[in-house]
Design a protein around this ligand. Structure first.
Ligand SMILES: NC(=O)c1ccc[n+]([C@@H]2O[C@H](COP(=O)([O-])OP(=O)(O)OC[C@H]3O[C@@H](n4cnc5c(N)ncnc54)[C@H](O)[C@@H]3O)[C@@H](O)[C@H]2O)c1
Length: 256
């Protein structure tokens, strides 16, 4: 019997992670999903009712004992971990001089710390297999200066640097490590971001949305599945010669 490939996807209750979980399941992966919110079980139900295999748990990517247990559980259940999509992230949209130390700590803990912890605990399993692919989540904010996004952008720049270094570190075991850097993607995160900007500037939500859509060459936001497809590509054998790369899925934003 050929065993199914397996993927862990964090932050899979919403947005890009949810789309990635559904895509990997549709393509035949057994998927393990984790998120801080209860909605992760709704995503699990949808995947199972479409014929997919899915393990779902509530958990925080910044809690090392939870991360360790989740990884051990997946390895024990399915015997292998082929893919890690360390996707969970949060955004903070604030002028720097209004940003508290606690804001700084939380964004760096989740966006960089969560990726560090998942990679740390998944890598021993992948090293033992002598195979595996990790896809981390960068952002255009790691490439360009975005107003009121200094700390968020700093975490994403750090994720891209982290990804490059880990790629070299684990290449001897045949493990590939890449990041995806999306432009604007229509998810609860981005809509929350626009709502805050609209409140701060006094401009209507739709006006801010139009301005932010124009940062993409096609004048629109991505559907989460368009990012999920890039994650799927980097995680699979079609990307066998790609490691240490950051794939911009930003519709030309950084190229301008
Ligand atoms: N939406 C965009 O425009 C955009 C652009 C560039 C990069 N990204 C990145 O893509 C990733 C996904 O973003 P999204 O837009 O889908 O966001 P989202 O807010 O829609 O979904 C993120 C999910 O992560 C979960 N999460 C947050 N903190 C967590 C924690 N500590 N532990 C476990 N789960 C946690 C949330 O509950 C949520 O379900 C993030 O890393 C984000 O920075 C998003």
């Amino acid at each position: 019997m050929t065993r199914k490939k397996t993927a862990i996807i964090t932050g899979a209750a919403n947005g890009i992670g949810e789309a990635a979980a559904k895509l990997f399941a549709e393509k035949g992966y057994a998927v393990a999903i984790m998120d801080v919110v209860e909605k992760v079980f709704d995503v699990q139900k949808e995947i199972i009712s479409s014929g997919g295999e899915c393990l779902a748990r509530r958990g925080d990517v910044t809690n090392e004992s939870e991360v360790k247990s989740r990884v051990e559980e997946v390895a024990a259940t399915w015997g292998r971990i082929d893919v890690l999509n360390a996707n969970a992230g949060i955004v903070i949209v604030k002028p720097l001089d209004e940003t508290d130390w606690s804001d700084f700590r939380r964004v760096t803990d989740v966006n960089l710390g969560g990726i560090f912890l998942f990679c740390k605990h998944v890598l021993p399993v992948m090293k033992k297999q002598k195979s595996g692919a990790i896809v981390t989540m960068g952002s255009v904010s790691g490439h360009v200066g975005q107003t009121d996004h200094a700390i968020y952008g700093a975490t994403k720049g750090a994720v891209i640097a982290f990804t490059r270094a880990v790629a070299w570190e684990v290449a001897p075991w045949g493990i590939r490590v890449n990041s995806v850097s999306p432009g604007s993607v229509d998810t609860p995160m981005l809509r929350g971001d626009i709502a805050l900007e609209s409140k701060r500037t006094g401009k209507p939500f739709d006006e801010v949305k139009k301005i932010r859509e124009a940062e993409q060459a096609f004048n629109r936001w991505a559907d989460p599945v368009e990012i999920a497809r890039s994650i799927y590509f980097l995680a699979g054998d079609d990307a066998s010669f790609i490691t240490g790369s950051d794939l911009l899925v930003d519709c030309g934003w950084v190229a301008k």
